[in-house]
Design a protein around this ligand. Structure first.
Ligand SMILES: Cc1ncc(COP(=O)(O)O)c(C=O)c1O
Length: 360
């Protein structure tokens, strides 16, 4: 693709940081607090998200698994999540032995429908995982109210929404635990990686153990844990990337605005920010009637338009569930994400808009 949907934006500084780690020779640390770069990255990420504590891990999936383990989610428990997400959200739940319960989404911004959530809560519900999909902030006030009423903790899946805020508060910090991904196509990367935010000291201590086989001082496993440690090379990259993040987010926002202006007269649903919401523009996603034809034709022109997700989780072969989630089905058939990452130029945006106009 001439204009890919998302690409990692790494340069000389990241290369130098990786070289420095290799030369120094400490590639990881199984100490409770992790390596030097891990700890430094955690400090910067905690200042960025305005969260008291950050625990870096080796993927967004690990972040979700660790968060579920920290809440003692286990067999026979039910965890509520939207089916319209990346499969990692559900896989993390299954890995604990718990049962994923799929909730429909709202057409407005493709995130969890609080009303459908209400209907799906049972005595077995032990956690709720709203996903801030595409960087759009889920209806967290309503979801939190429902969760509070039933005393069910929330884990936010903020894998796609690093930098998105509502009323100035970062996604991932509205609840006890927030989980982020640093996969290469995300708004910033560490190669593979992720992290968890929390304001709870006891959760932080538990997560530090879970990250490292439940140990504190080594060979003293106190609780169940795994190897969720972030390598030092990845942490060194993440440290540079998070400093560049505000600039990346500024450029994404600018591109989103330009594209919206260019295609505002087309008969398609364009993404908008609600009052008090700042989106990180991880994915600029429109809803469009003849989605598949448009996607193929844009791809043929070198425009990496992509659809996240054409198959909702509950319809994949592994999860196959006979439930009706009508807005989820609608979204799966209509959404199309268009490249607006920082390397997309104004000329690129004009080319994309021109092609869209011809196709819609
Ligand atoms: C919504 C969502 N949840 C979880 C993940 C898992 O993150 P990772 O790929 O870093 O394991 C991703 C990203 O890939 C995601 O988009």
């Amino acid at each position: 693709m001439k204009i890919p949907i998302n690409i990692p934006l790494v340069g000389k500084e990241e290369i130098d940081a990786v070289s420095a780690v290799l030369k120094e020779g400490t590639l990881t640390s199984s100490a409770n607090l992790g390596g030097k770069n891990v700890q430094e990255f955690e400090k910067i990420a905690s200042a960025f998200t305005k969260s008291k504590f950050v625990i870096a891990v080796n993927s967004g999936t690990s972040a979700l698994q660790a968060a579920l383990l920290a809440l003692d989610i286990k067999k026979a428990d039910e965890v509520l999540l939207p089916s319209f997400s990346f499969v990692a959200t559900a896989n993390a739940i299954v890995s604990t032995g718990a049962k994923p319960v799929f909730v429909d989404i709202l057409k407005e911004n493709y995130t969890m429908d609080p009303n459908d959530l209400k209907k799906k809560i049972t005595k077995k519900s032990k956690a709720i995982i709203p996903v801030h999909l595409y960087g759009n902030v889920a209806y967290i006030d309503q979801i939190s109210e429902i969760a509070k009423k039933h005393t069910i903790p929330i884990i936010e899946d903020a894998a796609q929404s690093l930098g998105s805020t509502l009323k100035g508060k970062h996604t991932g910090t509205f609840s006890i635990l927030g989980c982020y991904s640093l996969y290469p196509t995300k708004v910033m990367t560490s190669g593979e990686g992720g992290f968890i935010t929390t304001n709870s000291k006891s959760m932080r201590e538990k997560l530090l153990m879970i990250r490292n086989h439940g140990m504190v001082n080594g060979y003293d496993t106190k609780i169940f844990g795994l190897n969720f440690r972030l390598p030092e090379i990845s942490a060194a990259i993440a440290k540079i990337q998070i400093k560049k993040l505000p600039k990346f987010l500024f450029q994404r926002k600018k591109n989103a605005k330009i594209l919206s202006e260019l295609i505002s007269d087309l008969p398609i649903k364009i993404p908008t920010e609600r009052k008090n919401e700042q989106v990180n523009w991880y994915l600029y996603t429109v809803a469009i009637k003849n989605r598949n034809t448009v996607m193929i034709k844009l791809n043929n022109k070198g425009i990496g338009a992509a659809s996240y997700y054409t198959t909702p989780i509950h319809k994949t072969p592994f999860y196959r569930k006979k439930i009706l989630l009508s807005n989820t089905d609608w979204a799966a058939a209509h959404v199309l994400s268009i490249p607006i990452h920082p390397k997309v130029s104004v000329k690129n945006l004009q080319f994309i808009a021109k092609n869209l106009k011809e196709l819609v």
